[in-house]
Each structure stands twice: as C-alpha cells, then as structure tokens.
Ligand binder design. Structure first.
Ligand code: 4AD
Ligand code: MG
Length: 480
C-alpha cells in the first residue's frame, strides 16, 4: 500500500525493498544514464528523491501525479539526503503539460500565486501551512477540552451586527441579483448578515453549559487593503461564565496562544516551518529560523505585560517618535501606535495586553470598568498586541445587568431614548433575545475573539495574511 512520504523520510536509515508512494513530481533532472525526480505528496516539506532510468522518467514532468514503487536505499550523497528510492515501477496517474503548468520551479511572486489559489497549496511551503493549521486546531481542541470547555457551533447567518461597525455583508436573496440590483433580504423577510463575530450567541451558550469556544468563519465588509485584513477569516472565540475578574479571561487567552506555540519547538511541522524559505522573499532570508525561534520564545515567556489604554496613550505622547496619527485619549490606537507599544512594553518579544479603553470607542455590550480611577469613562476590555502584527485578540467583560444594558443600547442608538419601562419588545428588535439573557439567571461573564489567521501567520513567519488562508478573500478579490 502507498505510504505518506513523511513516514518514509521519518523512518530514517531503515532500508526497505518494496516501498510504494503516491505524489506529484516537483522537479526532474535528466542525465544520460539516469534521472532524478523530486516527489512531494504534501505530507512533508522535504521531497523524496527517486532514481529512475531515462525510459522510466520519459513521461514525468513537473506537476505529474505518479505512483512509484521501488527499493529505499542509502544514497551515495548522504549530505543531500540519507536515502533515495530506486524505482522499479512507474504509474502515471495524471499527466501535466509542462508547457502550461503554472507552478514552475522558480521564484513566483506572492501576487501571481494568489491568482492560482487552487494550485498554490501544492507548493511545499503552502502545504506545510495547511498541516500547521490542522495541527494547531488539534492542539487547542485537546487543550480546551481538557480544561473543561465545550466546543460549540454558532450561526453564520445572523440578525445583528455585534461590533456595531456597519461592516456587514447582507444575505437573504435567493437569486443571483443582476448587477446593480439591490438585495432585498426577501428570503428571511428581514435583513440578515454574515456574522462578524460569534460572541453574542456564545454568551447564550456559556450560560447554558459553562465555558464554551468556537472556531468559526467571520466576515467583515471592511475596505482595508492591508497584510492583516481579510473579508472572510476564522475567529477563535471563548466565552467564560461566572467570571468577574477580567484577568481570568486574559489568563485564558495567554494560555491558549502558548498552547498553540509550544509544540512548534519539538514537532515535525515546527521544524519544517523553520526550514522553509520565506516564500515572499526571492532571496533566502538567512536569519529566518533564528528570528522565528525568537518570536516563539517571546510568546512562551510570561506572564505578558498588562497596561491600561490610558498608560499606553501617555507612553505614546511622551515618545519622541513622529506618528502619522497623533495619539490622543479618546481615539482608537492606530497600527503604528500598537506596534510602538508592543515594542516598548513587551518583554523580550512578548505580546502585550492593553486594557480599559474609552467607552465611546467600544461596542455597546461591554461592562463599565470596575475600578475606574480615571475621571473619564472606560470599559472592562482588552486588546492583545503582537509585535509587528499588532492586534490579534479583542476581548471584554460583558454587561450582564438588564437596565444598564438597555441604557448602553440607548446611548449607542440601538433603541429609542426615554424611560426604560416604556421600551417595547418590538423596539428591542433583533436584540430582544440578547436582552432576554439578562432577565433570567444572568451571570457575570466575559470572553475574547482571537484572529486565528493573524496568529498563524505570525507563528509561521508569513508576511501577508493572504498566504495563510488557502482561498483568501479581501476587498475587490474573491478568486475560486
Ligand atoms: O476585535 P474584534 O473585532 O472583536 C470581536 O469581534 C469580539 N466580538 C470578539 C469577542 O469578544 N468574542 O475581532 C477579534 C479579532 C481581532 O483582534 C483580529 O485579530 C481579528 O479578530 N480580526 C481580523 N482578522 C483578519 N481580518 C480582519 N478583517 C479582521 N478583523 C478582526
Ligand atoms: Mg478589536
């Protein structure tokens, strides 16, 4: 039976007479007497070297899908590879026309590769990223389950714009609307959106089974054409009930990220990430393994510093650095500010928590700060800043008291002003169920959302989030 190439390579020096593998020809080198083929099947960064006769190699070109059988023998050049496959049988499963094959063995720009997302995952680095993603999900599933969290699924089609930023995609039409025609939301009889966050639904579930988590696609119609933004991305969200101290929630975020990072130091995929070339750089980056290892160690050090937004603003204002946006209390932190804070406050490359932002720039559901020493209003919330990448997690304690929630909804313009007793169910509209959660057995709770793709990109040393997702969507682009 065919075996994954990774299994054969991992076995090391053991010789074997009858090995069978499936894979794709990465490259082929023909000499007079013999031919050498590099075969990859996506199970390892490193290819398997196959030794063939020129006749056997005749129909093999880069991209061809093959089944090879043969003997696994020590190589005469053990520096390059310890063993090679002395091929006895060749089955061409799927031919590839070398004159049109888009993945030639040379440097291809990331922008070109983004135009062929259906093929670029056959590249060694991109398939390594897929395995890395899968390994991380396995790791967090185990760890969260061990810690007593329940994994849940929340809806993708929702009625509410959780973050209130107006960055929702509309759904509801059942036909392909002709260009220029509006989607009238007719299927559900009222406008529905692709979710921007699972948080509100997780809050309901956390009051049913205790701590919950989900890893769910989220959507933002945000016109940010940057290396950190996608229109469709995965968010890992946790919601914890019967929790009053936000430090408990930040501890959970820290532990979760460390649990994704730690295995990199000893796993096969971790070694492969270190060994791979930076795919965005035509010139191999000599320092890549060293820099990446330092990144991982920065994450594994701890505890990570926690500073308030007010302290962060003071730090920015006292800096000599010229920022494009002047740091001012009451405005959000720009990426340049976040980068500065992560750099200055982080300890040996650690991430940094920034807590207690002004209420005026945060969504309606956040709980007012418990020990508010400022005269100004702040909320129990935090962002986690990663060096270079900036914000990777946003979290908060939630307003769990019904009157205060209604007042907050009023000041955010979600429901009409006036005495609370006069607000009808109709006026609560699509958020009635969310208010209901505060009517019966409401408990203090909080949670966070982790930008899963951003974190994976940081850990794998990928410059642009568009490379970490197999089929990326961003403003103006949705291919395949
Ligand atoms: O900070 P955000 O908007 O927080 C929420 O949505 C909360 N409701 C989460 C919660 O408390 N359960 O988003 C969370 C994280 C951000 O920190 C960022 O890492 C990532 O999601 N994110 C994006 N990632 C890629 N592309 C985008 N357009 C993103 N927008 C946010
Ligand atoms: Mg945020």
């Amino acid at each position: 039976l065919p075996v994954p190439i990774a299994h054969i390579l991992d076995k090391g020096p053991a010789d074997a007479e009858d090995v069978v593998i499936n894979g794709f020809v990465r490259s082929i080198r023909n000499q007079k007497q013999r031919s050498f083929a590099s075969i990859g099947d996506g199970s390892s960064l490193e290819p398997l070297q196959a030794l063939l006769t020129p006749e056997q190699a005749q129909s093999l070109t880069a991209g061809t899908a093959v089944r090879l059988s043969g003997a696994w023998k020590p190589s005469p050049n053990p520096k390059a590879q310890s063993h090679e496959l002395h091929v006895t049988g060749v089955d061409v499963i799927g031919a590839a026309d070398p004159t049109t094959f888009p993945l030639q063995k040379k440097y291809q720009t990331p922008e070109y590769l983004r135009t062929i997302p259906h093929l670029r995952t056959r590249l060694p680095f991109n398939s390594t990223l897929l395995r890395f993603r899968s390994a991380c999900i396995a790791e967090i599933t185990l760890a969260l389950s061990r810690d007593g969290y329940t994994q849940t699924h929340t809806p993708i089609i929702t009625s509410s714009d959780c973050e209130g930023a107006g960055e929702v995609f509309n759904v509801g039409s059942t036909h392909k609307a002709p260009v220029g025609e509006n989607d009238d939301g007719s299927f559900f009889r009222s406008p529905k959106y692709l979710t921007v966050s699972s948080q509100l639904h997780l809050e309901a579930l956390a009051q049913s089974v205790g701590n919950v988590w989900t890893l769910s696609p989220t959507f933002r119609a945000e016109k940010s054409d940057t290396a950190r933004h996608l229109s469709e991305f995965y968010m890992l969200e946790i919601e914890m009930s019967f929790v009053e101290d936000m430090n408990v929630v930040m501890d959970a975020a820290e532990k979760l990220i460390q649990c994704m990072t730690r295995p990199l130091l000893s796993s096969r995929v971790g070694r492969e990430i270190l060994a791979s070339k930076d795919p965005n750089n035509p010139h191999p980056d000599e320092k890549r393994p060293e820099n990446l290892r330092r990144r991982w160690e920065g994450i594994l050090s701890g505890p990570w510093p926690r500073i308030t937004y007010t302290e962060a603003i003071r730090l920015l204002q006292s800096s000599k650095r010229k920022f494009d946006h002047k740091p001012e209390w009451g405005s959000g932190l720009q990426a340049e500010h976040e980068r500065y804070i992560a750099d200055k406050v982080g300890v040996e490359g650690s991430p940094v928590f920034v807590t207690h932002y002004p209420r005026s720039i945060k969504p309606f559901y956040m709980l007012p700060a418990a020990n508010n020493n400022d005269t100004a209003e702040t909320v129990e919330c935090f962002d986690l800043l990663l060096p270079e990448v900036c914000e990777v997690v946003g979290g908060s304690m939630r307003e769990y008291r019904v009157e205060q929630l209604l007042v907050s909804m009023q000041s955010n313009g979600l429901i009409p002003p006036g005495p609370l007793s006069s607000i009808s169910d109709e006026q609560l509209g699509e958020l009635k169920w969310y208010v209901d959660l505060r009517r019966w057995g409401s408990v203090p709770h909080g949670g966070f959302g982790l930008g899963f793709d951003r974190l994976l990109g940081y850990l794998a040393g990928v410059q642009n989030i568009r490379e970490i997702v197999p089929f990326p969507r961003w403003v103006g682009r949705c291919e395949c």
